[in-house]
Design a binder for this molecule. Structure first.
Ligand code: CA
Length: 413
C-alpha cells in the first residue's frame, strides 16, 4: 500500500486513494475576468485541494489540462474511462513519489482558502425510490389501508424526473417553500409556508459518458457511463407533497431545492466497497440482471443541528445503481454528461437508521431529542442538517465523501 508525502490527518475523508473531484475558486485571489472564469477543477487530498489545471501547466506529465481549466467537471467526464484512469494513475504516482513533491506542492491549496461550487453542470436529474425499508415506512404512513409496497415495487426501481435547475451545492441556504396543503380533517386546501419540511438522505450517481438515443444501457455497462458518487439531500415539504402527488407524483413539494456534496468520489476509489444487494424477493426481468452487482457499502450519518440522529446503511438498498441506469434507459431514453440520478431515501431496518424525519418522528408522533435537549418532528427555521458518509477503502483506510449541508431560512413573505 503506497502512502502520500502529503501530510494527511488520521481519519481524513480524503486519503491518497480517494482523490474526489470538485470545482473550486479562490475568493481572495485576484479576479481575472469574472467570478465564473476563476473556477477550476481540483482533487481533494487531506486538508488540501490540488489545482489540476495549474499542475497540468507545470510540466509534470498530467494530461487533460484544458479540461481542468473549466468551471465544471463536464468536459473531463465526457472523455470517458480511459482518461479517468490515466489521470488517476498519474495523480497517485505524483502524490506518492517523494521526488515529485517540489513540483507538486506549490499547487496544493488549503481547503479553508477555497470556495467550492457545484461540481457538474447538471443535465437531467432523476430520483429513485430504492430502499425497501423507506418505501414500506412511507406506505404505512401515507396509505395505512393499503399494502405497504405498491404492486410494481418489487419488479422495477420506481423513479421520477426531478428539477435539475434547482440542484445546489452544499452550504446553499434553503428557503422554506410555500404552497398548497390540505390540513388534516379539512375539506379545502390552504396556502402558506410548509409546516412539515423534511430531508431525504440519498446517494447520487454522476454520469460521465452519454448514451445514444434509442439504445438502452445494459446494467453491466454501468462503469462505462457513470463516473462517480455524491451525497444528496432531497429536501421535501411533506404537507405540499401529500396534497399534490396523486396521480402524477412529486412536484412542488420537492423541486424548490436539492443539495449535493461538492466532491465527486470516483468509482475507482470505491473498489473495496462493492457489495451484493439483498436477494430479490421476486424474479427480476432479464434487463435488470447484473453480472457484477453494484451495491455499495456506504455508511451514512445524519446530523441535525450537530446531533447525529441516524446512520442509514446504503448496503441495504434493494435496487442498485446499475439496475437504476438500465431501467432509466430501457425505453431508449438517453443519459447525458452531467446527469444525476439519486438512489431515493436510504433507510435501514432500525429506527436509528431511517433517512428522513418523516420516518424518524413517525409522521410527527415520536419527536426526536437533540443534543441541546430540544425536540423536533420536522425542520424549524435556522435548523442545519449535515449528511456525511464513509466507505471501506484501500488498505483498510476508509474513503469519505465530505458533507452535504444546508440551513433552513424563513419563508419569503
Ligand atoms: Ca427522494
Amino acid at each position: 500500500m503506497t502512502e502520500s508525502w502529503v501530510d494527511i490527518p488520521d481519519g481524513s475523508d480524503f486519503p491518497l486513494h480517494n482523490l474526489p473531484y470538485g470545482v473550486f475558486s479562490r475568493p481572495d485571489a485576484p479576479v481575472r475576468i469574472g467570478p465564473a472564469e476563476d473556477r477550476r477543477v481540483g482533487v481533494a487530498i487531506g486538508s488540501y485541494v490540488l489545482d489540476l489545471a495549474a499542475l497540468a501547466d507545470a510540466g509534470v506529465g498530467l494530461p487533460h489540462g484544458h479540461e481542468f481549466a473549466q468551471p465544471s467537471l463536464n468536459p473531463f467526464l465526457a472523455i470517458g474511462r480511459h482518461a479517468w484512469s490515466e489521470v488517476r494513475d498519474r495523480l497517485l504516482e505524483l502524490l506518492s513519489d517523494r521526488s515529485r513533491q517540489d513540483a507538486v506542492r506549490p499547487h496544493l491549496i488549503p481547503l479553508d482558502q477555497v470556495r467550492l461550487h457545484l461540481p457538474v453542470e447538471v443535465g437531467d436529474y432523476v430520483d429513485f425510490y430504492s430502499s425497501r425499508n423507506h418505501a414500506e415506512n412511507v406506505g404505512r404512513l401515507f396509505r395505512p389501508d393499503s399494502p405497504a409496497l405498491p404492486p410494481n415495487w418489487l419488479h422495477l426501481p420506481i423513479g421520477y424526473h426531478g428539477r435539475a435547475g434547482t440542484v445546489v451545492v452544499s452550504g446553499t441556504p434553503v428557503v422554506r417553500p410555500s404552497g398548497q396543503r390540505r390540513p388534516p380533517g379539512a375539506t379545502e386546501p390552504v396556502f402558506g409556508p410548509s409546516t412539515r419540511l423534511d430531508i431525504e438522505a440519498e446517494v447520487a450517481f454522476v454520469v460521465g459518458v452519454p448514451s445514444r438515443l434509442g439504445e438502452p444501457v445494459p446494467a453491466d455497462d454501468f462503469d462505462r457511463h457513470v463516473f462517480g458518487v455524491v451525497l444528496l439531500n432531497d429536501w421535501s415539504a411533506r404537507d405540499i407533497q401529500a396534497w399534490e402527488y396523486q396521480p402524477l407524483g412529486p412536484f412542488l413539494g420537492k423541486s424548490f431545492a436539492t443539495s449535493i456534496s461538492p466532491w465527486v468520489v470516483p468509482l475507482d476509489a470505491l473498489r473495496q466497497a462493492w457489495v451484493t444487494p439483498p436477494a430479490p424477493e421476486l424474479p427480476q426481468l432479464p434487463y435488470l440482471h447484473e453480472e457484477y452487482a453494484t451495491g455499495l457499502d456506504l455508511e451514512l450519518e445524519i446530523g441535525w443541528n450537530g446531533t447525529v440522529v441516524s446512520r442509514p446503511p446504503f448496503r441495504t438498498m434493494y435496487w442498485t445503481a446499475g439496475q437504476q441506469l438500465a431501467h432509466l434507459t430501457v425505453n431508449g431514453a438517453t443519459v447525458r454528461t452531467g446527469d444525476l440520478y439519486a438512489s431515493g431515501t436510504v433507510s435501514g431496518p432500525e429506527r436509528d437508521q431511517r433517512g428522513s424525519f418523516l420516518e424518524l418522528s413517525w409522521n410527527g408522533s415520536e419527536p426526536v431529542t437533540l443534543g441541546d435537549g430540544s425536540t423536533r418532528t420536522f425542520l424549524e427555521d435556522g435548523d442545519t442538517v449535515t449528511i456525511r458518509a464513509k466507505a471501506p477503502g484501500e488498505g483498510g483506510i476508509p474513503v469519505g465523501f465530505g458533507e452535504v449541508t444546508g440551513t433552513i431560512m424563513a419563508a419569503v413573505r
